[in-house]
Design a protein around this ligand. Structure first.
Ligand code: TTP
Ligand code: MG
Length: 344
């Protein structure tokens, strides 16, 4: 059964860009992006909503962004500053609940059951958080309020920027039916394309598929899809997960045929991993490098070694070791790091 809304997903609006705009009055109303320089083959980390009207978005090459908007002002990122602001935003969250699951610098789930303010009313708590962020930090934050994490996260995008949206229990069926399947947790480009081939564009379409068929086509993830497309999600808000590893991976629409094709993918993956690490609230120490390979028949292997950096040669060696164990085309390649056990 759908439950009363008690989870708030908070997500700052165009986070890095909003901070830069706040700190430099001359930028007001202009299209701005934060990221690498076009001349250095940099990419856009994010851009403000003025720039988004030109079709600019995160992860786009800065050169493309500049072509779309000749007046685009590109600012180099200042991660220390963004981390500082992130800590201030999290301080505000903690006034209302300690059950907080941070997802990134600008985003977190809050479970506000048991919150004493406003009689625990999640809608009013979200309003209070947003007002405090605006008044005290001078940036805007959006919120989604719902009975589970899946719906709350989707809802926070609904009235972005500077808005909030609540999914009441009686609205869940309607809300979810029209939702594109690509919004579901764990549905990346490849799964979305596979679903599209089956004419499954929305969750409403997906609801027509029998549980058995989903399981046959998607394995264990099929069960999650069966639940998610009905708006069901039982994942609790998890406070301070101790991170043991950080990784990025890509499932390829077309299998990588041989070792060389895998090696060619490594630099791009390592760069993504580097950015993921930079975005963590406190960049971790590295203990090991890891490569994960899933072959086209879904068998999988990992190879790892002690190391304190993201060394390309090490990743290449690990990739070779892993690949030789299967010697088959590869559907998924991942690179990651393991972190040392926390010291207490
Ligand atoms: P997001 O919350 O995904 O984006 P955003 O806050 O800029 O914009 P929105 O209003 O849509 O929430 O990510 C938070 C920050 O993380 C973002 O400001 C910059 C950084 N980031 C990257 O560096 N690279 C990326 O690919 C993405 C998606 C985000
Ligand atoms: Mg954001």
């Amino acid at each position: 059964m759908a439950t009363e809304p008690y989870i708030i997903h908070c997500d700052c609006d165009s986070f890095y860009a909003s901070i830069e705009e706040r700190d430099n009055a001359a930028l007001a109303g202009k299209p701005i992006a934060v990221g690498g320089l076009p001349e250095q083959r940099g990419v856009i980390a994010t851009c403000n909503y003025v720039a988004r009207k030109f079709g600019i978005h995160s992860a786009m090459p800065s050169a493309t962004a500049r072509r779309r908007c000749a007046n685009l002002i590109i600012i180099r990122p200042d991660m220390e500053k963004y981390r500082r602001v992130s800590r201030q935003v999290h301080e505000i969250f903690r006034r209302y609940t300690l059950t907080i699951e941070p997802l990134s610098l600008d985003e977190a789930y809050l479970d506000v059951r048991g919150c004493a303010d406003f009689g625990g009313d999640a809608i009013r708590i979200a309003e209070a958080i947003r007002a405090a962020v605006r008044n005290e930090i001078d940036i805007t934050i959006s919120a989604g309020i719902a009975g589970n994490k899946l719906l709350a996260k989707i809802a926070s995008d609904w009235n972005k920027p500077d808005g909030q949206f609540v999914v009441k229990p009686e609205q869940v069926a309607d809300f979810i039916a029209r939702l594109p399947v690509s919004h579901l947790h764990g549905v990346g480009k490849v799964t979305a394309a596979k679903l599209r081939r089956l004419n499954m564009e929305t969750c409403g379409d997906l609801q027509k598929m029998a549980r058995e068929e989903l399981r046959e086509r998607f394995g264990r993830f099929g069960q999650r899809l069966y639940e998610q497309c009905r708006g069901i999600d039982n994942r609790p808000v998890q406070v301070s997960r101790v991170r043991k590893s950080v990784s990025v991976e890509t499932t390829y629409a077309k299998d990588l045929p041989d070792l060389q094709a895998c090696l060619d993918e490594l630099p791009g993956l390592i760069e993504q991993l580097q950015r993921r690490l930079e975005r963590m609230s406190k960049p971790p120490r590295i203990n090991k490098q890891v490569v994960k390979i899933k072959f086209h028949d879904f068998s999988q292997t990992t190879a790892e070694m002690l190391s304190t950096s993201l060394d390309l040669e090490n990743y290449s060696r690990l990739c070779e070791t892993g690949f030789r164990r299967g010697g088959k085309p590869v559907r998924l390649l991942g690179v990651g790091v393991r972190l040392p056990e926390p010291e207490n």
